[in-house]
Design a protein around this ligand. Structure first.
Ligand code: SAH
Length: 246
C-alpha cells in the first residue's frame, strides 16, 4: 500500500515536471519567434538597405522597427523580410522592403509634415510614413483593402487617416500636402495631385508603362509652378486604376 502511494507520488512529480518542461518549451518557442522577427528585420536593414544606397538614419531606424510581417497574409509571413514584393490579396502586392525604404528616403519626410499616399494596399508604407513622424493620409481604391489597412494601422497604433476613393483626385479636404507618394504605376502625373502639393513640396511615383516597368520619378514643385524632375531606378508596380486608365 505504501509502495503504491509512493509510486503515485512519484508519478505526479513526474507529471508536474513534464508540464513545467512543456510550458518552458512553449515559452521559449514563443520568445524565439518574437526574437526571430526582430532579427530578420535587423538583417533586412543591414543586407537590403545599408549594403545598398539607403543612408537616411531615420528611414533605417523605422524600417528596423515597423513589423512588416503583420502587414502580409499569414501564409506569406515567413517571407515578409525577404528581398521581394508579396501578395496582399485582391490581386495587389506590398512592395519589396528596399523600394519602400528608397521611396521614403527620396520623399525626404520631416517630422510634422503632411504626407498623402495614393495606394494604401496593406498599410505598410503608411505605417512607415507615420513612424517617420508625418501626418499621414492614404487613399485606397479597393474597399476591402482600405477597411483592412485602416483597422490594422489603428490596432498597431500608427496614426494615419485612410480613405476609400480613387486617389487620382487626391484628398482635397486635407490639401495642400508637403509630400505625395504614389505607390501604384502611373502613365502620367494626375493634375489634381500636382495642384495639392505645397510650393517646395515633392511627389514621388513610379512613372511609365503601367503594364510593365516604370521609372521611379521625383517631381520637385518649385515656386511659381515650376518643377524639377529627377529619374531613378526602374521599378515594377501594380497599375493605378480608376481615372488613370480612362
Ligand atoms: N503601398 C502599399 C502597396 C501598394 S500596391 C503597401 O504598403 O502595402 C498598390 C495599391 O494601389 C493597391 O492596393 C491598389 O488597389 C491601389 N490603387 C490602384 N489604383 C488606385 C487609385 N486610383 N487610387 C487609390 N489606390 C489605388
Amino acid at each position: 500500500m505504501s509502495r503504491l502511494k509512493d509510486r503515485t507520488c512519484n508519478l505526479s512529480i513526474l507529471h508536474v515536471f513534464k508540464i513545467v518542461l512543456i510550458a518552458v518549451t512553449i515559452g521559449s518557442v514563443n520568445c524565439a519567434w518574437a526574437e526571430d522577427w526582430a532579427k530578420l528585420r535587423e538583417n533586412m536593414v543591414k543586407k537590403q538597405m545599408k549594403a545598398r544606397d539607403i543612408t537616411d538614419a531615420e528611414v533605417l531606424r523605422v524600417m528596423g522597427e515597423v513589423p512588416r510581417h503583420l502587414f502580409v497574409p499569414k501564409h506569406a509571413q515567413r517571407y515578409s523580410y525577404s528581398d521581394r514584393p508579396l501578395p496582399i490579396g485582391e490581386g495587389q502586392t506590398i512592395s519589396q522592403p528596399y523600394i519602400v525604404a528608397l521611396m521614403s528616403q527620396l520623399l525626404d519626410v520631416k517630422r510634422g509634415m503632411k504626407v498623402l499616399e495614393i495606394g494604401t494596399g496593406s498599410g505598410y508604407q503608411a505605417a512607415v510614413l507615420s513612424a517617420l513622424g508625418a501626418q499621414t493620409y492614404s487613399v485606397e481604391i479597393i474597399p476591402k483593402l482600405s477597411v483592412q489597412a485602416e483597422g490594422r494601422l489603428k490596432k498597431l497604433g500608427y496614426a494615419a487617416e485612410v480613405k476609400n476613393a480613387d486617389g487620382y483626385y487626391g484628398w482635397k479636404e486635407y490639401a495642400p500636402f508637403d509630400r505625395i507618394i504614389i505607390t501604384a504605376a502611373a502613365n502620367h502625373i494626375p493634375r489634381p495631385l500636382l495642384d495639392q502639393i505645397k510650393p517646395g513640396g515633392k511627389l514621388i511615383l513610379p512613372l511609365g508603362n503601367t503594364q510593365y516597368y516604370q521609372t521611379l520619378t521625383s517631381v520637385h514643385i518649385k515656386e511659381y509652378g515650376k518643377t524639377d524632375v529627377s529619374y531613378y531606378s526602374y521599378v515594377s508596380f501594380v497599375p493605378m486604376t480608376g481615372e488613370m486608365q480612362k
